[in-house]
Every structure is written in structure tokens, then in C-alpha cells.
Write a protein that binds this ligand. Structure first.
Ligand SMILES: Cc1cc2nc3c(=O)[nH]c(=O)nc-3n(C[C@H](O)[C@H](O)[C@H](O)COP(=O)(O)OP(=O)(O)OC[C@H]3O[C@@H](n4cnc5c(N)ncnc54)[C@H](O)[C@@H]3O)c2cc1C
Length: 361
């Protein structure tokens, strides 16, 4: 299966050729089927990339990277995906936790954490979702509730100024939408190539409807590719991604689900097993939820990019949440005075009650 021919400037094409040659000599080997085996496999793969200097290429040279531009990172992720090798074990660590530490951490924090993230020894993630407020990140409902118990966070683990975490987290989420999407179009094209080969080799012939689906997916992947390249150029010009990150996330979600639907059409089996295609099918469904649900992305696109009228949360959603709270015997948002709630549950619930009063008024 061919791609549209996109030629970049000479240094970027040199980087592509260099990585392509290295990948040709260092195959990642077949991926195991079980989760513990997969972690070992990814760790070993990360180590090989790191040893060859291919981990964290966007990091500054003084921190073990190549100070690569965003377009160079686009090339890097595209080539890894084209070769069908896995992403780095700790992509979130490399793509956004490390850069956040570089921008906001103390020198001691950088020295302690960055080398371990780069080498894959430490696997870092971002935890924003809260109980009862997964999508409602900025809501005052459980805004500053601490869900852990008996956890002591030492003062030297604070990143940035006290009370400045929200701004840092929002900057981090922009990074999440950038680098991480640069591999997506090529990963899906590789999957599509696999499906086409499977459909062509089927004894029963190419299944009805598959050809149309494959053409639609290929076309959207090329569009996505152009959009990712455009995003990388914007980043190199110092522009921020902002709400366009939601277009990237929503487009990818739908395209991945299109690929899953094409797999369903191409393969003569139910995608309910423990094989690679069944796992991808479920993974494609999960993309509607993680990293901000599809509805939330559409809200952002409609309101902040297309300028459509603001979408209000349906009344039913609040009622559903209240019913869940009642069932658990926790705060009943509409009927408890803040002071009464505060006596029962202290500060977090007082927050909930205030948030509710704001919403339901
Ligand atoms: C595989 C996976 C990986 C994840 N990884 C992480 C992670 O690394 N870090 C992390 O912090 N979290 C992570 N999450 C959590 C995920 O981000 C949340 O589950 C998600 O934000 C949804 O929250 P919720 O499930 O509480 O649903 P809710 O927020 O309760 O939403 C329920 C439904 O209501 C809709 N809805 C909610 N608000 C609105 C609105 N304003 N307008 C329109 N519709 C709305 C939603 O779209 C959804 O359909 C992960 C989830 C999954 C499934």
C-alpha cells in the first residue's frame, strides 16, 4: 500500500533515513500476548532505543536528547510507526512529564527524575480524573479533594509554585495532544495494510463493503497525516495547539474506530477473543473515553473553534450523579446546606455543595 509522497527539508529527510536504517538492523521482534510479557518486551525495546540515542529526541542535548524540532519529532514517530515497532515504553514520560519537569522542576528534581524517565527505568503518567468527576476537570465539585489515604508528599516533590498546579497541568495536556498524535496516522495505515493483505488472501475473496471502507480510511489517514505535519510546523513557529488538540483527539478516535470497523468487515471471525485484532477493537472503543471523552472534545470544537452556541450539561446528568451519591450515602447535592454538608464531610463536600448550587441555579 502506498502513501502520498511528502518530502521534507533535507535535515528531516536525513533523520528519516538514519532512523529507517537503524530500525532495519534492529528488529523489535514479535510482541507477546500476555500483559507481563508485554511489559518486559516494551522495556527491552525502550532500552535498545535509549542505548542508541533514540529516546527523548526532543529533549535538550544536555539532558540526553537531540534538541529535535517538532517536525523532526513528527518524522521520528512516523518512522517508528511505519516500521511497525512499538512506541517507547514511557511515551507520556518522554512526551510530557519530562518536558514539564524541565520547564517547572527544580534542578534537583530534574537530576533525580529525568535520566530515569529517559532510560525507561521510571514509567510516569498523568492522573487527573477524580471520583465522580472524570470529565469535569475544572469543576468545583471535587476540585481539591484528595482521594489517596495516608499519603505524605514531601515538600521537595512539589513541582512549580504551590497553587500553580492547574496551569502546569493544562500546559501538559497540550503536550499530550501534540507529539503523541504524530505516530497515529502511520500506525493506522500500517494496520490498514495488514487488513488489506488479510482480505486479499482470504479464500472467500475480498468481503463485500471492505474495499469502500479501506479507501475511506486510507484517505482520512492521509488527511490526518497532513494535519499532524501542519501541527508540528505550528509548534516550531512557537504557536500553541490550544483547542485544535481536541480536533486531533476526536479525529483519531473516529478514524481508529473506522479501522476497527474495517477489521470487523475484513475478518471472518467475531472480535471477542484475546487475539491482537480483538484487543485493538476494544482499544478503539476506549479512545472515546480516555484522554477526554468524545463528547467533551466535540463541545470544545463546537464552542471554541466553530463558535457554535454553548452546550449545557443536560439536567439528567446531574440527577444521575445525585442518585449515585444518594445510593452511596454521600452528599445529596440539591438538598444539603453547605454548612450541614461540611459538618458531615468537611471541606470536599462543602465544595461539592457550592458547585451544585452554582450549576442547578
Ligand atoms: C483506557 C483508559 C485510560 C485512562 N487513562 C487515564 C490517565 O492516564 N489519566 C487520567 O487522569 N485519566 C485516565 N482515564 C480516565 C478518563 O480520562 C475518564 O474516565 C474520562 O475523563 C471520563 O470520565 P468518567 O468516566 O468519570 O465519565 P463522566 O465524566 O462521568 O462522563 C459520563 C458521560 O457523560 C458525558 N459528559 C460528561 N460531561 C459532559 C459535558 N460537559 N458535555 C457533554 N457530555 C458530557 C461524557 O462524554 C460521558 O459520555 C482513562 C480512562 C480509560 C478508559
Amino acid at each position: 500500500m502506498r502513501d502520498l509522497n511528502v518530502r521534507l527539508k533535507a535535515p528531516h529527510e536525513r533523520l528519516r533515513a538514519q532512523l529507517h536504517a537503524w530500525l532495519g538492523n534492529v528488529p523489535s521482534g514479535p510482541a507477546p500476548n500476555d500483559a507481563p510479557g508485554m511489559i518486559c518486551y516494551l522495556r527491552a525495546w525502550h532500552e535498545r532505543l535509549h542505548d542508541a540515542g533514540w529516546s527523548g529526541i526532543g529533549w535538550s542535548a544536555s539532558r540526553g536528547g537531540m534538541s529535535a524540532s517538532a517536525v523532526a519529532k513528527y518524522v521520528y514517530y512516523e518512522e517508528l510507526a511505519r516500521a511497525g515497532v512499538p512506541r517507547l515504553l514511557t511515551t507520556p514520560g518522554i512526551a510530557f512529564v519530562g518536558p514539564v519537569l524541565m520547564a517547572h522542576g527544580t534542578e534537583a528534581q530534574r537530576d533525580a527524575y529525568l535520566p530515569r524517565i529517559l532510560s525507561g527505568e521510571d514509567v510516569r503518567c498523568l492522573g487527573l480524573s477524580e471520583e465522580d468527576a472524570g470529565s469535569d476537570l475544572a469543576g468545583e465539585r471535587v476540585y481539591d479533594e484528595v482521594s489517596f489515604e495516608e499519603v505524605v508528599v514531601p515538600a521537595n516533590a512539589l513541582i512549580g509554585p504551590r497553587g500553580g498546579g492547574w496551569g502546569i497541568a493544562m500546559g501538559l495536556m497540550e503536550l499530550e495532544r501534540a507529539d503523541q498524535s504524530f505516530a497515529n496516522h502511520m500506525e493506522l495505515l500500517v494496520l490498514l495494510g495488514e487488513l488489506v493483505a488479510l482480505a486479499e488472501s482470504s479464500a472467500a475473496g475480498i468481503p463485500a463493503g471492505f474495499r469502500d471502507r479501506a479507501v475511506a480510511v486510507w484517505t482520512k489517514c492521509q488527511l490526518f497525516r497532513a494535519f499532524n505535519l501542519h501541527t508540528s510546523r505550528q509548534l516550531d513557529r512557537g504557536q500553541r495547539i490550544g483547542a485544535h488538540g481536541s480536533v486531533i483527539k476526536a479525529f483519531w478516535t473516529q478514524l481508529y474506530q473506522d479501522v476497527a470497523a474495517a477489521a470487523d468487515a475484513a475478518l471472518d471471525v467475531e472480535l471477542v477473543g484475546d487475539d491482537a485484532w480483538s484487543r485493538r477493537y476494544l482499544d478503539a472503543r476506549a479512545t472515546s473515553i480516555f484522554s477526554g471523552t468524545l463528547e467533551i472534545q466535540r463541545d470544545i470544537i463546537g464552542g471554541r473553534i466553530a463558535g457554535l452556541p454553548r452546550h449545557e450539561i443536560p439536567r439528567g446528568l446531574h440527577e444521575l450523579r445525585n442518585a449515585a451519591d444518594r445510593a452511596r450515602g454521600t452528599a445529596v447535592l440539591d438538598h444539603v446546606e453547605p454548612s450541614e454538608a461540611a459538618q458531615r464531610h468537611e471541606r470536599p463536600v462543602a465544595r461539592r455543595a457550592r458547585g451544585s448550587a452554582r450549576r442547578t441555579s
